[in-house]
Design a protein around this ligand. Structure first.
Ligand code: MG
Ligand code: MG
Length: 256
């Protein structure tokens, strides 16, 4: 079982700050997305994100996180790399790659966390389908993030959508509560059973993040101790939004 961290319900005032953190994070991701073309290095993408964060007076919670400390402000994960790829000045994007960019923003002490995946130039039909299914799975999960539903309803919606397209969800990496800390409770896996798990309450803020693989659900970590790749080398994709559970509709915080 996962180690559960504390769940912190947010007040309307806290949600307002997190919404602004999310807006800034979306601005940064949009800037990086504009740069996705063959020949650009993954370090160039990180530099653009750092500049955009700085222009808002913000920093990323990724830099310095964990052991060994993560060295950059965004993660860039290409093709079989699922998450936590480390930007590098020798790594250039190529036509046909699919790239996942994950970014966090700390604004007035609160974290927003969001990611998208996109193709570089023209991509294969397999890659295009993977991108579309992974993004739609995120929205299938978000639709279940309603007060009174259970965490398992969210997990099951993601898993069911992905598996109905013959693709696989990761077992080792999960969505998570987010707030003053990048990782708070609850953990929300990308697989599970409807009607199980904790009951969602208004004020919960959760970074929901389906990570989808073409071949099998198995992953391994590269010797850099960060980059997570599919075990079989098949393509992967990842989309993430920070979402608030409210008295009514789920509110996506990480949008413009
Ligand atoms: Mg993230
Ligand atoms: Mg996250």
């Amino acid at each position: 079982m996962f180690h559960e961290r504390r769940i912190n319900l947010k007040t309307p005032a806290e949600l307002k700050i997190m919404r602004e953190a999310g807006r800034i994070n979306a601005t940064v991701l949009a800037k990086v997305k504009e740069l996705l073309q063959p020949g650009v290095t993954t370090a160039d993408l990180n530099a653009a994100a750092e500049e955009a964060l700085k222009s808002h007076g913000c920093v990323s919670p990724f830099k310095g996180y964990g052991h060994p400390p993560f060295p950059t402000s965004i993660t860039v994960s290409i093709n079989d790399e699922m998450v936590h790829g480390i930007p590098n000045s020798r790594r250039k994007l190529k036509e046909g790659d699919i790239v996942s960019i994950d970014c966090g923003t700390v604004h007035q002490g609160y974290v927003a966390d969001s990611a998208f995946s996109a193709g570089v130039g023209r991509v294969s039909q397999e890659a295009q389908t993977l991108l579309e299914v992974t993004e739609a799975a995120l929205y299938a999960g978000i639709a279940k993030m309603r007060k009174g539903n259970r965490a398992g309803d969210v997990s099951a919606a993601i898993q069911k959508y992905v598996e109905s397209h013959g693709l696989h969800v990761t077992r080792e990496y999960t969505g998570h509560g987010v707030g003053k800390d990048m990782h708070e409770g609850p953990q929300v896996p990308n697989y599970g059973m409807a009607g199980t798990g904790l009951v969602l309450k208004a004020g919960m803020t959760i970074a929901l993040e389906p990570m989808v693989l073409v071949g099998t659900h198995e992953t391994r970590v590269l010797p850099d101790k960060w980059t997570v790749v599919s075990a079989d080398g098949s393509l992967t994709a990842h989309f993430e939004h920070t979402v608030a559970v409210t008295e009514g509709e789920p509110q996506i915080l990480t949008v413009l």
